[in-house]
Design a protein around this ligand. Structure first.
Ligand code: SME
Length: 148
């Protein structure tokens, strides 16, 4: 069905509670498992804005304000955003000009925003609703399995 699965994610983070170590391994797993993906990783919320965290892909924008771009909008609204075509998303931040579609899942611990998972693809319409739900499950496992 899908290339990625939550059983593997659970086993990758099972023996470790360090959030940065777990984000690093999850970013690597997603990047190397999902097809047509050119960036996969995390931005951490520092209490004011989003700051670049563990990722795989080309170097990216370091700081993103709340409400800015797809990541800042998903973080502010605490809502998963699936952008079919980034050129149709006003304010999209083009870190890598190759990115054409994007999926961002906010990470919330209790009622505290701790960051977002961001996945980019060079293909328009790469991400499906089912995959967005699966990535929400990935984030849930990561949030529950790490200390923040
Ligand atoms: N495109 C994102 C910025 C982050 S990079 O894609 C890694 C955005 O609009 O928020």
């Amino acid at each position: 069905m899908f290339d990625l699965n939550t059983t593997t994610i659970a086993s990758i983070i099972a023996d470790e509670r360090d959030a940065i170590a777990n984000m690093a391994n999850v970013a690597s797993y997603l990047f190397h498992t999902m097809h047509d993906v050119n960036w996969a990783g995390f931005y951490r919320f520092d209490g004011t804005e989003l700051v670049l965290g563990p990722f795989q892909g080309k170097p990216a924008c370091i700081r993103i304000g709340m409400g800015r771009g797809v990541c800042g909008t998903a973080a502010e609204q605490r809502m998963t955003l699936l952008v079919h075509d980034v050129e149709e998303f006003p304010g999209h931040i083009a870190c890598d000009a190759a990115s054409r579609s994007e999926l961002v899942v906010p990470m919330v611990v209790g009622d505290r925003l701790v960051g977002v998972l961001d996945i980019d693809s060079p293909r328009v319409g790469r991400f499906t609703d089912d995959e967005a739900r699966l990535c929400e499950d990935v984030v849930r496992l990561l949030v529950e399995g790490s200390d923040w």
